[in-house]
Write a protein that binds this ligand. Structure first.
Ligand code: SAM
Length: 295
């Protein structure tokens, strides 16, 4: 099962219990009563982690002992797919039209055309990390030329199948692969571009994700990220529960190797010898492009 990366950080030692809780919750309340499901999730967290001291201890434990492995049990072989998930994955193959509508109606997504243009500027072999609902995939696929090939990965099999559906809807070449970003199943220097649309914001173990990204990128290739300026935006409700403010939260996010802000990405990129060649702000969001000049 795939659940939120921050909950996986907090409960990496109690993941089986968390899965049982979420499975029951999803069956009972989702998709119709999503708000109630969130309220019950936060009650559960507060019951297990009652105060600020316990919360900080959980984070410190993860910072020291957490690893880039899928604690929730998913692995690249997709061996935990239920029949229901397979049915959903098959249905995703036909949802390209919905993604096209989402793009057309996405007035909030002012960055999306810019992102797709930057992704396609630099070459024919592109890797997209984290398909998710497929908004980024659809933006790129809709603008691809016939000689482009888009490889799309996500740890969630259903999301990987979203990519297949979107690509076939737009009549473009590519493939969706269910795998983890921590151990990409590709040779070194395979891709001319690696991109992610709000993916690095939601993945644990940012350092490992970025070193894999750089490994599979060809010299001269580019990395294009659309991200939130701050990782606090998505995780605020957890920190609020324990009276932790934004500055402290951002430091804690960095300590547990979760996406915190752009500066953190810049620092890791420059450690790998990559330079930023383009940056455009879209309010709370941005699109940034990095270039790999070395072998
Ligand atoms: C917010 S979604 C990405 C949004 C999507 N790109 C879009 O534009 O609609 C985040 C996705 O990251 C995936 N994910 C999280 N951690 C991952 C990992 N370590 N490896 C691969 N995929 C991961 C999740 O399964 C989820 O589908």
């Amino acid at each position: 099962m795939v659940f939120g990366e921050f909950r996986e950080i907090l409960f990496f030692r109690e993941v089986k219990e968390m899965i049982e809780f979420e499975t029951e919750l999803r069956a009972r309340l989702k998709p119709d009563e999503a708000e109630k499901a969130w309220a019950e999730t936060f009650e559960y967290i507060k019951e297990k982690i009652p105060d600020r001291e316990a919360f900080l201890k959980h984070l410190e434990d993860y910072a020291q002992n957490g690893k880039p492995v899928w604690y929730a049990g998913r692995n690249p072989c997709c061996d935990d797919l239920s029949d229901r998930q397979l049915v959903k994955a098959y249905a995703n193959l036909f949802r390209g039209i919905e993604r096209e509508k989402m793009l057309t109606n996405a007035s909030w997504a002012t960055h999306i055309n810019y992102y797709a243009e930057k992704v396609l500027e630099c070459g024919k072999m592109t890797l997209e990390m984290t398909v998710g609902a497929g908004l980024g995939t659809a933006a790129v696929a809709s603008k691809m030329s016939d000689s482009d090939f888009l490889t799309c990965v996500d740890i969630d099999f259903k999301c990987a199948k979203n990519a297949d559906g979107i690509l076939s809807h737009f009549g473009k070449r590519g493939v969706g692969i269910a795998t983890s970003l921590w151990n990409l199943p590709f040779d070194d220097e395979t891709f001319s571009t690696v991109c992610s649309h709000f993916g690095i914001d939601e993945c644990r173990e940012i350092d490992t994700v970025l070193s894999e990204t750089v490994r599979v990128l060809k010299p001269g290739g580019r990395i294009v990220f659309a991200s939130n300026e701050s990782g606090y935006r998505r995780t605020k409700h957890y920190f609020d529960m324990y009276g932790i403010d934004r500055t402290e939260a951002q430091n804690l996010l960095k300590q547990v190797r979760h996406y915190a802000d752009k500066q953190q990405i810049d620092d890791i990129m420059s450690k790998h010898g990559l330079t930023e060649i383009d940056y455009k702000s879209f309010g709370e969001r941005y699109v940034a492009v990095y270039k790999k000049t070395h072998k």
